[in-house]
Design a protein around this ligand. Structure first.
Ligand SMILES: C[S@@+](CC[C@H](N)C(=O)[O-])C[C@H]1O[C@@H](n2cnc3c(N)ncnc32)[C@H](O)[C@@H]1O
Length: 270
């Protein structure tokens, strides 16, 4: 993986524009409802010891860190983007959470933490933007304690949403990004108003094998949001219907295979 590519993605993520866009698309009231269900489920799968420490790796605006802190975890929230961390700081102040969550500027490709520091790590929607995903995975594994749990959320390249959109765009000649197929998934490189951005739709089977081959057990593999099409449509009624369907799918079905959002709960072998 080329260093220049990592640097150009890093430069884009350093700017505030992209974080504002994500905030507007994903930090909505309807989405918060889904995240509440998802994190209730995730926390119910953990059996936390007293004083467990959580790393929110690639924390963005810290909304998930806040959820975890409310469940009683000590949280270190890390991101390499100064502008994301500034937004996170304001977010923590508005929820009066500054004392509960420690913000740290960290690059997932070279974390400053000692080996086996954390009981739990959350990495939600982050690996998909990292060109050198292998390096990030080995750093996350390094700083996780033996017996510790890593929670990952990524977009699934084999989901119904991905297959339909991919084929429609090919048919209509509307694909604007450069697409590259790798073992890890389909990598979309687009030039946004903030600069070059990589977004990977992950080959989830590959990701699971990657962890299983390096000393992890897959404790759970469930769906996240069935689709993120709510970011691409405008009628409010339609957006509401999509969220309703996503929430029902997650609450009662959770089958990951056709779903765009996929959540993996992985335990590092003791
Ligand atoms: C799509 S946002 C997700 C934020 C947060 N996890 C959430 O779900 O709300 C991806 C975040 O990962 C951060 N990120 C990407 N690559 C990173 C890296 N190599 N080291 C640290 N943070 C990184 C970005 O700056 C951004 O804040």
């Amino acid at each position: 993986m080329s260093i220049p590519e990592s640097k150009s993605v890093e430069k884009t993520l350093e700017r505030p524009d992209i974080h504002r866009q994500w905030k507007n698309s994903y930090r909505t009231e309807e989405n918060e409802k889904f995240y509440e269900y998802a994190f209730d489920y995730i926390v119910s799968c953990l059996s936390p010891r007293k004083d467990s420490i959580f790393l929110d790796a690639g924390c963005g605006t810290c909304n998930h860190s806040i959820r975890l802190a409310r469940c009683g975890f000590s949280v270190i929230a890390a991101d390499f983007s100064e502008s994301a961390l500034k937004m996170a700081e304001l977010n923590l102040q508005s929820f009066n959470m500054q004392d509960k969550i420690k913000l740290k500027r960290e690059n997932l490709l070279s974390l400053s933490f000692a080996d086996e520091t954390f009981d739990y790590i959350l990495c939600w929607g982050v690996l998909m933007h990292i060109p050198d995903m292998e390096k990030a995975i080995s750093e996350l594994s390094r700083v996780l304690k033996k017996g510790g749990v890593l929670i990952i959320s990524e977009g699934n390249m084999s989901s119904l949403q991905s297959i339909v959109l991919r084929n429609l765009k090919a048919l209509l000649g509307k694909e604007k990004s450069v697409v590259r197929r790798t073992d890890a998934g389909l990598e979309y490189r687009e030039t946004t108003s903030a600069g070059d951005l990589l977004t990977r739709q992950t080959n989830i089977a590959w990701l699971k094998r990657r962890f299983q081959n390096t000393g992890f057990v897959v404790k759970k593999h469930v769906s996240g949001q069935f689709t993120e099409l709510y970011t691409r449509v405008s009628p409010k009624l339609l957006i509401g219907l999509i969220h309703g369907f996503n929430n029902l799918w997650f609450k009662y079905i959770k089958i990951p295979f056709f779903s765009f959002g996929n959540i993996l709960i992985l335990q590092k072998k003791a």
